[in-house]
Design a protein around this ligand. Structure first.
Ligand code: ZN
Length: 285
């Protein structure tokens, strides 16, 4: 009962319906006091972030999301994590290290993109609520959010066949999507096509290996979990290979790595992963 209530509450908070109430409650709990870490997304400080429990094995038993949630509640022993990341999840907005890195980076750039420019068209795949709130609150940004499966986005889009016209968006944010896409090269071409010549795409994927792991024979949830650590990933990129693929379709790629950011900031905000900053060849860098 406690678990099901938590899952329902978490969904409501993700949908922003009770976020203000939740923030007040969390902010009043002594266990969440402290200032050892700070969330770049919601601004709250804590002694530490929560532990992230990656990929729940219950996903192996059902492909339907609703049935997965039901199994998690009814059969919690199936719900063992494959691996954990300590000090990772923000207790208030549920951001992870990669979200905080992207948000920190975009926040640093936001003056350039929002003060001088107007009617900035921004395409956001699989949007995180706190980023959605941030962009929607900016009157200069024309915000387009999309997803293939979710129903809480304005657009339902297949990333390998986007409905938008050529050279349409100033900014594209696509984080932790391409590792799910079998034909990622076509998806990259589509991102390039809809990006304006002077636009920028912020792309993120997990890059935890030196050489890309990708095998068409790995085609079941069980095999993908074993090979790529998630049941719905179809490869694990190396950073170099991801840049090569993007370059081949016509992007010029710069990278924001956490090791180039001040260590105190990285540790305080618990930033993680690299951001691949992609522009069309020949555009300004
Ligand atoms: Zn937060």
């Amino acid at each position: 009962m406690l678990l099901s209530s938590f899952l329902v509450a978490k969904d409501l908070i993700r949908n922003n319906k009770y976020r203000v109430l939740y923030e007040r409650l969390v902010g009043s709990k002594p266990m969440l006091k402290g200032d050892s870490v700070q969330c770049a997304c919601c601004g709250y400080s804590f002694d530490s972030f929560f532990t992230y429990k990656a990929e729940r094995k219950v996903a192996l038993y059902a492909s339907n999301i609703k049935i997965q949630k039901l199994l998690k509640v009814l059969l919690p022993h199936l719900n063992k994590p494959v691996y954990k990341l300590e000090n990772e999840v923000c207790p208030v907005c549920f951001s992870l290290g990669q979200h905080r890195h992207l948000f920190y980076y975009i926040n640093e750039l936001s003056a350039e993109y929002t003060c001088e420019a107007s009617d900035v068209k921004l395409l956001h795949f699989a949007p995180e609520q706190f980023m959605k709130d941030f962009f929607l609150s900016n009157k200069n940004i024309h915000y387009y959010d999309c997803d293939l499966f979710r129903r809480d986005t304005l657009y339902i889009e297949n990333i390998t066949k986007l409905s938008f016209q050529d050279n349409f968006f100033d900014i594209i944010i696509c984080s932790h999507v391409l590792e799910h896409i079998i034909d990622d090269i076509t998806a990259m071409r589509e991102l390039l096509r809809v990006l304006k010549p002077n636009g920028v795409a912020f792309l993120m994927v997990p890059c935890n290996v030196d050489n890309t792991i990708e095998d068409p024979q790995v085609n079941t949830a069980q095999r993908r979990l074993a090979a790529y650590k998630q049941t719905d990933h179809v490869r694990e990129y190396s950073s170099d290979d991801f840049i090569n693929r993007l370059s081949k379709v016509g992007f010029t790629v710069n990278t924001s790595c956490v090791d180039r950011i001040n260590t105190n900031i990285v540790n305080k905000l618990r930033l993680r992963d690299s951001i691949f900053i992609c522009r069309k060849n020949g555009s300004r860098i």
